[in-house]
Every structure is written in structure tokens, then in C-alpha cells.
Design a protein around this ligand. Structure first.
Ligand code: HEM
Length: 396
């Protein structure tokens, strides 16, 4: 065992949320496979080095099947999807939606996403300043995922509230709010599925409803779990790729100037943004499906294992000058989208949205500045998502 279980390091404090990287560096050096008491009360392990992270993400003995771990009565209805399943269910569930997210299909959305980005910037509340998160980084991916799924755009505020609540439901204080919002979300989706059944369209939910009706491919719980996952992923991730990415540029003006001069660097730049301050800080939980000896540590059957993706992406053993933000860095092989069978299904879409959003912002507002001190920004609490609540910027 590595560390005294009762003396937690500075994990999960407000200071950690504001800037986790010094803690991660310490963990990588002294306790790279760290036994920890999570805020929700379970003991488990945090993996912070790159090579170990890859090993865990690719080793299917670290199961993702939540129903197997907690039993069929487990309360969280949103886990009946590919992210919380092992093969063969994982393959079946992923296979049902994969076709909608292939790189070729997503590339075909380029000019439409460009129009959405331009429209949002044409219609800002003010042409002098904005809250980058609320007025741009948030609506852009939401409009896109809502269109793919076929859900009404006017309900986006509700989806945001429900998604936030589910993602932040890591501590017991949130339990009541979670329950209320979870119920509203479930009722909303079930009503929506009923409408779609009466009048299916050519959107992804219509295809999934047909798959559920045909009986064998998808259960009712899975229909709900898969659609909820896509809505949540669409709300909680790309917004922070855009937010964290723009923030990195504003904090490194020489990098911003380089990207303005050479917009063709955008692909590389987005990869570096994902590596430098990725939107998904921790992988979702895995658990040991058997006793596992892992680099000198005994991980007992049933124990939770979490990969600190943002820590692995700053590992000096893997990335030279890992703390330096360098948009010309070559082939970074970061873990921001995970690795192995659960590698992010939405990665091609997220990359395209990020590239268009950031280049469009820079083209239209090359002199954009942060309106507040960077240390005043409030980072979101919670263990999975890494992003800022608001980013006030001066546009001209
Ligand atoms: C899985 C990151 C955007 C849909 C994942 C995982 C990561 C991730 C790290 C794996 C988690 C684990 O193994 O525990 C990101 C990041 C995004 C992003 C950083 C934005 C920059 C999206 C979008 C969608 C999406 C836009 C929806 C269209 C999914 C799905 C899975 C997944 C369905 C589960 C895949 C599986 O289990 O096979 N994502 N994601 N993601 N993501 Fe994303």
C-alpha cells in the first residue's frame, strides 16, 4: 500500500480544482498508483502516469460494467450504455450509433458547423464583450448534437441543467438535486420517444427507437441510457475544449499570434489544447473484476480504478517539456479521448467543432482579451469535467 489512507493529499479541494497540476506532478513522482478515499465514500485507486494509464485503459480486467459491480437494482438509470458496459454489450451498443459519427460523415458537416459558429458570433448580445462559455462555447456543440439527435433546440437550457447535475453528482450534497433532475430528464426523454414513435424522422433517436422496437438490439433502459449519454457528452465536453483552449491561447499570446498568422496549424493546436488542459480530467470509473497485481500494488476485486487523464497528458516521461503549451508540438498521442475500446466515439465531431470554433473566433476577434485576472476564474467542481464556469472576454 502506498499512502496513509486517512491523510488525503490535496485532492478534491478547491485549490486542486483551480489548478490540479502541481498535485498531479507530486503523485506521478511519489504515488503514481495512489490509493484514495473518493468523496462519495469508496476506496479506490488513481493512476497518474502515462504508461500506467494506457495499460489500465487497455486492460479489460478493469471492467466498466456498472450493473455487474453494483447489481441490477443499482439506482443510476443513465449507465445503461456503451460507456458503462463490457463486451459483448459494449460492441452492440457502440455499433448502433457509431455510423452517425464516422470521420467522413462528420467532415460532411463542416460548412454547416461553420455557419453555426458565424451565426453565433453575428448575434452576440454585444460586439464588444461576451461570456465566451454561455454565448459561444456552450451553444455551438449543443446545436450540433441536438440536430444529430433530433431533439428540440429550445429545450437546451433544461438539458444543460440536467447534464450538469448528473456530471456534478459526485458528492452526497448533490444527491437530492440529482434525483429531482434525473426524474425530470427521464420523463422528458420517455415523452420524447413516444412522440418519435408516432412520427419518426431521419435523426439518430428515430433510428434508435426503431432498433428498440425491433426487440433484439436495444432494451428500453438502453435506449434511455444511450440517448442520455450522447446529450450529456454533447453538453459537458466540447464546451470545455473551446473554453480551455481559448484560455490557453489568451495566456500564451505568442501562441495565439502564431495561430492567427498560420491558421493551418489549427489541427495541431487543438491536439495541444486537448493535451495541455483536457476537458475530461478523470476517466469514468473502472473496477477490478478480479484481484490484480499492478506494478507492486494489490488491487482487490471490486475496487475502483480511475485514470487521471489530465495528469497522464503532463507526464514528462512521455511529453518533453510537458508543462509548456506549444501548438507546434508534433504528434502528441495524448489521452484526452481515452484509449482502448471506450475511446471517445465523438472525437471526430469534437475535433471538428473545436477547430472551427477557435479559428473563427481568432479570425473575427484577433485582439480578444480576458476581462478578468486568470486566477479569478472559477473552475467547475466535480471529478470528471475540467472547465471554467464563465470566461468574460473583451472582443475588441
Ligand atoms: C467516451 C472524452 C466529446 C461521446 C469518452 C471517453 C473520453 C471522452 C475520455 C472515455 C472515457 C473512459 O474510458 O472512461 C471526450 C472529450 C470530448 C468528447 C475530451 C470533447 C473534446 C464527445 C462528444 C460525444 C462523445 C461530442 C458525442 C457525440 C462519447 C461516447 C463515449 C465517449 C458515446 C463512450 C464510448 C465507449 O464507451 O465506447 N469521451 N469526449 N464525446 N464519448 Fe467523448
Amino acid at each position: 500500500m502506498s499512502t496513509n489512507e486517512t491523510s488525503q493529499p490535496e485532492l478534491f479541494t478547491r485549490e486542486f480544482t483551480q489548478n490540479p497540476y502541481p498535485v498531479y506532478e507530486k503523485l506521478r513522482q511519489t504515488d503514481p498508483i495512489y490509493r484514495v478515499l473518493f468523496p462519495h465514500g469508496d476506496f479506490g485507486w488513481i493512476i497518474s502516469r502515462y504508461e500506467d494509464a494506457v495499460e489500465v485503459l487497455k486492460d479489460n480486467r478493469f471492467s466498466k460494467d456498472v450493473v455487474k459491480r453494483y447489481g441490477p437494482d443499482q439506482q443510476n438509470i443513465f449507465v445503461h450504455n456503451m460507456l458503462f458496459s463490457d463486451p459483448p454489450d459494449h460492441r452492440r451498443l457502440r455499433g448502433l450509433v457509431q455510423k452517425a459519427f464516422t470521420p467522413r460523415l462528420i467532415e460532411g458537416m463542416r460548412s454547416h458547423i461553420q455557419d453555426i459558429a458565424d451565426d453565433l458570433l453575428d448575434n452576440l448580445n454585444s460586439q464588444d464583450k461576451m461570456n465566451l462559455i454561455d454565448e459561444f462555447a456552450f451553444p455551438l456543440p449543443i446545436i450540433v448534437i441536438s440536430e444529430i439527435l433530433g431533439v428540440p433546440l429550445e429545450d437546451q437550457d433544461k438539458f444543460r441543467l440536467w447534464s450538469n447535475s448528473i456530471i456534478d453528482a459526485t458528492s452526497s450534497e448533490h444527491a437530492e438535486v440529482f434525483e429531482k433532475h434525473a426524474k425530470e430528464f427521464i420523463d422528458y426523454l420517455n415523452n420524447w420517444f413516444a412522440k418519435v414513435r408516432e412520427q419518426p424522422g431521419d435523426d439518430l433517436i428515430s433510428q434508435l427507437v426503431v432498433a428498440e422496437d425491433s426487440g433484439e438490439q436495444l432494451t428500453e433502459k438502453e435506449l434511455l441510457g444511450v440517448v442520455a449519454l450522447l446529450i450529456i457528452a454533447g453538453h459537458e465536453t466540447t464546451v470545455n475544449l473551446i473554453g480551455n483552449g481559448v484560455l490557453a491561447l489568451l495566456e500564451h499570446p505568442e501562441q495565439r499570434d502564431l495561430l492567427i498568422k498560420k491558421p493551418e496549424l489549427i489541427h495541431n493546436a487543438v491536439e495541444e489544447m486537448l493535451r495541455y488542459n483536457g476537458p475530461v480530467e478523470f476517466s469514468t470509473s473502472r473496477w477490478a473484476s478480479e484481484d490484480i497485481e499492478f506494478h507492486g500494488h494489490h488491487i482487490a476485486e471490486g475496487e475502483i480504478v480511475i485514470v487521471a487523464l489530465d495528469s497522464a497528458n503532463r507526464d514528462e516521461e512521455k511529453f518533453k517539456d510537458a508543462d509548456v503549451f506549444d501548438i507546434t508540438r508534433e504528434k502528441s498521442a495524448h489521452l484526452a479521448f481515452g484509449k482502448g475500446i471506450h475511446l471517445c466515439l465523438g472525437a471526430p465531431l469534437a475535433r471538428l467543432e473545436g477547430e472551427i470554433a477557435i479559428n473563427t473566433l481568432l479570425r473575427r476577434f484577433p485582439d480578444m482579451q480576458l476581462q478578468t485576472d486568470v486566477n479569478e476564474l472559477e473552475w467547475r467542481p466535480g471529478m470528471i469535467v475540467r472547465g471554467v464556469k464563465e470566461i468574460p472576454v473583451q472582443l475588441k
